[in-house]
Write a protein that binds this ligand. Structure first.
Ligand SMILES: Nc1nc2c(ncn2[C@@H]2O[C@H](COP(=O)(O)OP(=O)(O)OP(=O)(O)O)[C@@H](O)[C@H]2O)c(=O)[nH]1
Ligand SMILES: [Mg+2]
Length: 288
């Protein structure tokens, strides 16, 4: 039996969460075209008779600007400490030099694979240029070209990962797919809709907490709060005549129903909490 922690690192928007979902064959982590979508370390556990891989998606690596960022980078640090194998993900079309600076500064003590992602969006020449840029680097002894979005070359990647996985007994029961509670995934699904529906600072000034998750006879009743920093943001989230919050609610509800395979009654409220991203108590209350 082989088992171990395989943790995904990279700059914001490289496609880490998309890759976690592709490796798991199931959507666990939310995804958006905007940077800084993921704020937590999200484990996905893949178990067969031969191996157990505990994948971790992590927030994109950045210079922290406020306390929430610091918490996000702490999640990255935790994942760096227990990794058996590091997957270093780079978008073929991003700034390779900046990615290289980050990967070099990680001082990895475990094996790593350099993954060049989004090859569906780059010509062969560009892909080859990326390979020649990275192949000299210490952390890039093995390079794999993938498209996480199309799940292309993801099975080959999985094979390589298994080869590099240490021998050992499983850490989790075989039916566990994550270490996080359903409530967490519900709040993330709502947050994803906010990333998709709103521009500018709104997604970054927002968080979501589920404060009620009750099993009724025919459905699950969920009550969640959308937290923003300002009254003006609350008005935008609600929209004219409640139009926007209704849209968030109906899109999120459909996806939550799929995720838990049950009918859902979803109630959303918006709360203003000035500077919650800087406030240790609020951050703790909201799961950071
Ligand atoms: N064309 C293309 N798009 C991709 C691919 N992988 C991810 N994307 C897109 O890139 C964007 C960012 O993907 P995420 O998975 O959210 O990226 P991330 O690295 O988790 O980002 P953060 O959580 O912000 O650090 C989304 O719009 C994805 O659909 C890919 O292989 N090809
Ligand atoms: Mg992500």
């Amino acid at each position: 039996m082989k088992s171990g922690f395989v943790n995904i690192f990279g700059r914001p928007n490289a496609g880490k969460s998309t890759l976690l979902n592709a490796l798991m064959g199931e959507k666990l982590a939310i995804v958006s075209p905007k940077v800084q979508t993921t704020r937590h370390r999200i484990k996905g556990i893949l178990t067969t008779d031969q191996y157990q891989i505990i994948f971790s998606d992590t927030p994109g690596i950045i210079d922290p600007k406020y306390k929430l960022h610091e918490k996000m980078m702490k999640a990255v640090k935790g994942a760096l400490e227990d990794a058996d194998l590091a997957l270093l993900l780079v978008d073929v079309n991003e700034n390779w030099k900046e990615a290289d600076e980050i990967f070099s500064s990680l001082n990895l003590k475990v094996p790593s694979l350099l993954l060049i992602n989004k090859i569906d969006k780059a010509k062969k020449e560009k892909q080859e240029e990326a390979i020649s840029f990275f192949k000299e680097k210490k952390y890039a002894k093995q390079i794999v070209m993938i498209s996480a979005l199309n799940a292309s070359h993801v099975q080959e990647l999985l094979k390589k990962i298994i080869e590099l996985l240490p021998e050992g007994e499983p850490f989790y029961a075989e039916d566990e797919i994550s270490d996080l509670p359903t409530k967490f995934f519900v709040s993330e699904i709502i947050r994803e809709k906010i990333y998709a529906l709103f521009e500018d600072e709104i997604p970054y000034h927002t968080t979501v907490v589920v404060n009620e998750f009750k099993q009724k006879s025919t459905l699950v009743k969920i009550r969640a709060e959308i937290i923003v920093q300002r009254e003006s943001q609350k008005a935008i989230i609600i929209g004219e005549g409640g139009k926007m919050i209704k849209q968030i609610g109906s899109e999120a509800r459909k996806e939550i129903e799929q995720f838990i395979d049950q009918k859902v009654f979803l109630e959303l409220f918006v709360k203003v909490r000035p500077k919650w991203r800087e406030n240790e108590l609020f951050l703790k209350e909201y799961g950071y």
